[in-house]
Ligand binder design. Structure first.
Ligand SMILES: Cc1cc2nc3c(=O)[nH]c(=O)nc-3n(C[C@H](O)[C@H](O)[C@H](O)COP(=O)(O)O)c2cc1C
Length: 228
């Protein structure tokens, strides 16, 4: 049994996968664990479209084609636009770590573009899990919050079972492509996808350990006698 600390401290996003397929029973086990996530009033608004094989290849091809053609992204929920300030700095920070691990030089436009396209191909993972929520509660922020909870639980559960994942916005930036090839019905809103598979241990980016801001930066204690 893996401990909570082993999973949380050991997990990292995986962006290079073995070709080997992931057994359906293992995916079911992982999703069952993830679905122990809390949700608002236990509404569990989430659903999972687990895509592999030809449909996933068609999604990869559609994403790549649209990206290369410059089709603007179309997600199914509100976006805040580009990151700025400290958020942008952290975004650059993880990109620098990944590019350094992959040996991608700052001015190597081709290599950078290849990396972006890899993301649109969902890092060539054997499985993509598209997390959706019920359209009947679209418009509020609670369903996306609940999807976040279950998605975090999903990547941790997968890690505890020897699987690697990356939560992957790039995979759903062209949501119509995903909707078509994964046959997602109109009563579902596409929230995110998670690329999943057995990690390729030799893939250089696997060594990247992302940084976190200090607890002191994030936490404000209120009403404690020993307030900092
Ligand atoms: C909502 C969300 C979307 C993400 N989208 C992408 C993505 O499109 N491409 C990617 O390479 N990583 C993506 N990630 C992974 C983050 O970059 C990663 O979780 C973060 O850098 C922390 O690294 P770690 O997961 O290894 O701890 C996403 C993560 C989240 C939570």
């Amino acid at each position: 049994m893996t401990s909570y600390d082993d999973v949380v401290l050991g997990r990292r996003s995986i962006r290079g996968f073995q070709k080997k397929p992931v057994p359906k029973a293992l995916i079911e086990e992982v999703i069952a664990l993830a679905m122990r996530a809390p949700s608002s009033l236990n509404t569990q608004p989430w659903n999972f479209y687990v895509v592999a094989g030809e449909p996933l290849d068609r999604i990869r091809a559609g994403n790549t084609e649209r990206n290369l053609a410059g089709v603007p992204e179309s997600r199914e929920f509100r976006s805040h636009g580009a990151y700025a300030g400290e958020h942008r700095e952290r975004q650059i920070g993880i990109a620098k770590q990944l590019f350094a691990a992959m040996g991608i030089e700052r001015h190597d436009q081709q290599a950078r573009q290849d990396w972006v396209l890899r993301g649109f191909r969902q890092f060539d993972a054997p499985v993509s899990i598209v997390v959706t929520y019920d359209r009947s509660i679209h418009g509020g922020d609670i369903a996306p919050f609940d999807c976040g909870a279950v998605t975090n639980a999903l990547v941790n559960a997968a890690w505890s079972r020897g699987l690697g994942c990356v939560i992957n916005s790039q995979g759903i930036m062209q949501s119509p492509v995903v909707r078509q090839h994964a046959a997602i019905p109109d009563d579902q809103v596409i929230m995110i996808c998670v690329a999943m598979g057995f990690p390729d241990e030799t893939f250089p980016a696997k060594a990247v350990v992302s940084q976190r801001k200090a607890v002191e930066e994030a936490v404000v204690f209120v009403g404690f006698e020993d307030e900092r």
